[in-house]
Design a binder for this molecule. Structure first.
Ligand SMILES: [Zn+2]
Ligand SMILES: [Zn+2]
Length: 718
């Protein structure tokens, strides 16, 4: 078949089916025609060669199938797909690739030797990776054809795929171009174009990709052997290790999601690239279900809730730091107050420490050596530098560089060390909500999940070795109390000594046994992560699940033998000799900001009363009751409750009640003529449950009780 004919056939099978696009798709450029021609030539030769090898060898091989069954096959001829068909037509239809002696294989790639054969479907993570990786080729082909893109790379990701390509230094992909690109992808998928695997020599590779400078660089860098694999699929030929789907028709539903810019970072000068991302599924129904799930998740996204409820915002003039508005601050403070109350109960002492330190501190703590890139460093003011060079009393070296603290531990060590300590003071539990700064890359910042400035419910326990077990039990109990109130379940894991650890092995052994005993005593299920501890001590990892069952890592309990040595912390032991304390780093909420985001999503903006920035709204029936409504509001506010007034008489009562419920006010206090004369309120909940008439004083009292006991369902138990 001549090239022109082939081009026509390809267009008929793919693009031509939708007449709307034919005008948008440029005629086949010469370079593409040449590449396709060469590919066909090489493909025909490979098919011939394989057939003759199969015929010449004519060797029977043994294949063991999933489930233990063993079958005979013909070397260089039988394919995993043929064997899948023998097992069941459903498997043949749903398999996306095979695993042959542990290596990933195309379903159409002939088996060569005795093999252990497994099939991958979309249901597994590896199967999804093959599926999405194949989908990105379809996207690449569409970008090449519609936009004249020069393709760079197209990997699968944890949730979908993207393709990076070059459109010239100035040209970008516009969001308005995605629908047309998506339609072409869908048509290419519907055309069920087979993926064909071809082994090509270095020379052939250079010939195939002579018009793509990026691929030429990749060939130069990555192809170390005499040959490498390329795949042909419709009009696309791409350098790729595979494996892929049998054909693009296995992609039943495909959606393009975002367009953004990216950068070519491999060898040579950096080049501006365009990135388009998408997701795909075996069926349209699965795509629809995913879209519905995503809409639900978007509704629950804490950034959306934060905006809708006026909790917080971000500003480009302080990237990665959050502005908490009055309502957000109310939630924030309620969380911190909860932890403070626990501190009082549990013998923790709250302290305040500086946020700016000389880098000498970070040299002692080891942060300057291991963590410097994640810290914000600042130059001291000019006057410091001047005085250090002019004044007789100033040190002879230049003034120190300063850095914002990324964690509190070194400051607490200074506090422990600032005067002699006795065993009678231990355990010393220092808690600190100080602001921490970490130099996160701007690209990684997102809502409250990752910030440059945040506060933790951070505490450090300085104790004697024989107090460790009780202290760890105390930490575990602290975690459980807080997570129960927040409605989270959790799993614990003990991470033990890694291969590169610091300190005495016998100390490690003892500490690990202590942690293990504390966990057993605690009574909740836990698992062992051998070798997963930090180099300075073993730890207990806490994996919590929110109300939606989503996992989060927030709390931590971490032993540290190194910090007391680095700071040479000592206390006078019972026998009179100096001893080193052990330090426990622990946090329950972790970052308060991040926890606020987790909670917003977990409750979907319907805050429990004790955290709620929308506790009560008072709604007067008519203008005559406004004065009494205001008085009720003042009474609630005086008691420390959040209370708004909706006196907008332009709207009917039922509209205002509905509006309050949609805004998730836990309670609505309606006051009419009767309530005014009897000093009562008529109470409804946000779920439109009518609680009837209550004496105002008693209602305030009841709300306070429910707030102070932090019940999760005040509306139901009022
Ligand atoms: Zn590929
Ligand atoms: Zn710490």
């Amino acid at each position: 078949m001549g090239l022109c004919q082939r081009w026509r056939r390809l267009r008929l099978s793919g693009l031509q089916t939708c007449r709307l696009h034919t005008a948008a798709v440029p005629a086949p450029p010469q370079w593409l025609a040449e590449r396709l021609g060469l590919f066909e030539e090489l493909w025909t030769a490979q098919v011939k060669k394989l057939a003759s090898v199969a015929q010449k060898e004519h060797r029977t091989i043994k294949i063991s199938l999933p489930g233990g069954q063993r079958v005979d096959a013909v070397a260089w001829s039988t394919t995993p797909y043929q064997l899948a068909q023998q097992i069941s037509s459903t498997l043949a239809d749903t398999a996306v690739a095979a695993q042959v002696n542990g290596e990933l294989y195309d379903l159409e790639r002939p088996l060569e030797t005795d093999s252990d054969l497994r099939f991958l479907t979309f249901s597994s993570a590896e199967g999804k990776a093959v599926f999405w990786h194949s989908s990105t080729h379809v996207l690449g082909a569409a970008a090449e054809q519609l936009l004249g893109a020069v393709l760079c790379r197209g990997p699968s990701t944890e949730c979908g795929f993207y393709h990076d390509f070059f459109l010239g230094k100035e040209r970008t992909v516009r969001g308005s171009e995605l629908p047309a690109l998506e339609r072409i992808c869908q048509e290419l998928a519907a055309a069920a174009q087979p993926f064909r695997r071809l082994e090509a020599s270095q020379d052939q590779l250079r010939q195939l990709f002579k018009d793509n400078p990026f691929k030429l660089r990749l060939i130069e860098e990555k192809v170390t052997g005499p040959t490498a694999i390329v795949y042909g699929c419709g009009m696309l030929v791409d350098l790729c290790r595979g494996p892929h789907l049998r054909h693009t028709g296995q992609i039943g539903g495909l959606k393009l999601l975002t367009n953004s810019s990216s950068l070519w970072r491999s060898s040579g000068a950096p080049e501006p690239l365009q990135r388009v991302s998408g997701i795909s599924f075996p069926t349209m129904e699965e795509l629809r279900a995913w879209e519905e799930g995503r809409e639900e998740a978007e509704l629950r996204d804490h950034r959306r809730i934060g905006k809708a409820q006026e909790l917080f915002f971000f500003h480009e003039l302080s990237p990665g730091s959050c502005f908490f508005l009055p309502r957000g601050t109310r939630v924030y403070n309620a969380l911190v107050a909860f932890i403070r109350a626990e501190y009082t109960r549990r013998g923790f002492s709250e302290v305040k420490t500086p946020i700016l330190f000389s880098t000498k501190l970070w040299e002692v703590s080891g942060h300057w050596e291991h963590y410097q890139e994640d810290m914000f460093a600042l130059q001291p003011p000019d006057s410091d530098r001047l005085s250090s060079s002019l004044s007789d009393h100033a040190p002879s070296h230049p003034a120190d560089t300063l850095a914002l603290k990324p964690m509190n531990c070194p400051a607490h060590c200074l506090m422990f060390a600032h005067r002699p300590r006795s065993w009678r003071e231990l355990p010393l539990r220092l808690a600190d909500f100080g602001a921490l700064h970490r130099a996160e890359a701007s690209g990684s910042l997102g809502g409250l999940t990752r910030l440059r400035c945040f506060q933790q419910d951070d505490a450090h326990i300085f104790c004697a070795p024989d107090q460790l077990e009780t202290e760890i039990q105390g930490c575990l109990d602290f975690l459980r109390s807080v997570y129960t109130v927040l409605g989270f379940s959790f799993r614990l894991a003990l991470s033990t000594r890694p291969s590169s650890f610091l300190g005495e092995p016998c100390l490690w052994d003892q500490a690990e046994q202590v942690l293990q005993r504390a966990l057993e005593e605690f009574g909740e299920p836990w698992e062992l992560n051998p070798g997963d501890g930090a180099f300075y001590g073993p730890k207990i990892d806490v994996h919590l699940r929110d109300a939606l069952g989503r996992p989060h890592q927030c709390g931590t309990i971490q032993l540290d033998f190194q910090l007391p040595l680095r700071f040479d912390l000592q206390y006078k032991g019972q026998a009179g000799a100096p001893e080193h304390p052990v330090v426990i780093h622990r946090a329950v909420l972790g970052s308060v900001e991040r926890m606020l985001g987790v909670l917003a999503e977990s409750c979907g903006g319907k805050w429990p009363l004790w955290l709620s920035p929308f506790q009560v709204v008072v709604i007067p029936v008519g203008t005559e009751q406004e004065e009494y409504a205001r008085e009720a509001q003042r009474r609630l506010q005086a008691a420390g409750l959040v209370c708004d007034l909706d006196a907008n008489s332009g709207l009917t009562l039922s509209r205002r009640v509905r509006r309050a419920q949609l805004a998730h006010y836990n309670f609505q206090f309606v006051v009419g003529q009767k309530e005014q004369s009897k000093r009562t309120v008529n109470i409804r909940t946000r779920d439109n449950c009518q609680l009837g008439e209550w004496d105002l004083t008693e209602a305030v009292q009841r709300l306070l009780e429910l707030q102070n006991t932090r019940v999760p369902n005040a509306e139901q138990v009022f």
